[in-house]
Design a protein around this ligand. Sequence first.
Ligand code: PAF
Length: 283
Amino acid sequence: MQVFETVLSLQNYFKTEFNGKSIAFIPTMGALHQGHLSLIKRAKNENDIVVVSIFVNPTQFNNANDLKNYPRNLDKDLKLLERNNCDLVFTPSVSEIYPDENSKKSTYNFGKIVEVMEGKFRPGHFDGVANVVSRLFKIIKPDNAYFGQKDFQQYILIKTLADKYLSDLNIQVHRCPIIREEDGLAMSSRNVLLSPEQRKSAALISQTLFWAKDNYQKYTVDELKKQITNKINADKYLKIEYIEFVSDPELNEITNWGLEQKIVACIAVQVGDVRLIDNIYLS
Ligand code: PAF
C-alpha cells in the first residue's frame, strides 16, 4: 500500500503505475470503521485499484467544536487500510487541498438538495462537501466512487455533482448499504465520542426508525413525526433535531403515504455534544 501526501506525488505515481486500470475512490475523513471497510470491499471487487483519501475537511464543519473534536487516528487507519487491501491512500494537508482562500469557495447550485434537512440545519455544510469532493475527484479521476447510504442526502448531492457538474470526468457514483452495530446503531466515526450511557441510549435512534418502518401506515405523516419525536426525546440523553420523510432521489417532502414509491425517513439527533444521523426506507 502506498501513501501520498501531495497531489504531485500522487499524480506522478498514477501516470507510471495505473495506466489502463480501473480506479475506485472512497473519500473519507478517517476514524475508519466497518462501514468504510464495506465500501472498500465492494470497491475492490469491482475495480483494479482502490484509492482512499483521509482528509478532515474544515470547510464542511459549521461548528468549530465539532471540527476540533472530530476523531483522528491516522496510524490506526493506515494499518486498517493495509489489512483490507487498499492500494493507495491520499492524506493531504489543508493547504494541499485549499492552496488559497478562493479555492475554499464552492460555485455549485444544488437548489433544494442543500436547503432541506442537513442543508437546513448545517448551513454551508454541503458547499464544503461538494467543493472537497469535486477537488478530490479532479485530482484522482476515478472510474467509480463509493458512498454510504447513512449519508443519504450527501450521496444525492455527490451523484448530482458527478452527473451534472463533472460529467466530463465520467465518474460512476455508487451507494452502499448502511452498516449497523449489533444493537442497530448506524456506524459512524462520531460514535467513539459517546460516553457508555450515551452509546446505550443512541441505539434508540435506529430502533425507533425500525419501529416506524413497521408501523407508519397506521399514522398520518404528522402523527408519525410526533410519535418518533416523543420516543426519542423521552430518553434523557437524546434530543431530536429533525425527522423528515422524503422521496428518493428527489428529496420531496412527503405529506401523504400513498403518493411516493420510495420514501426515506431521515433523522438527526443530538446525543449530548455529538450529533448523529440515520435513515431508513419506509417503502
Ligand atoms: O462522508 C464523509 O466522510 C465526508 O463528508 C466526505 C465525503 C469524505 C467529504 O469530506
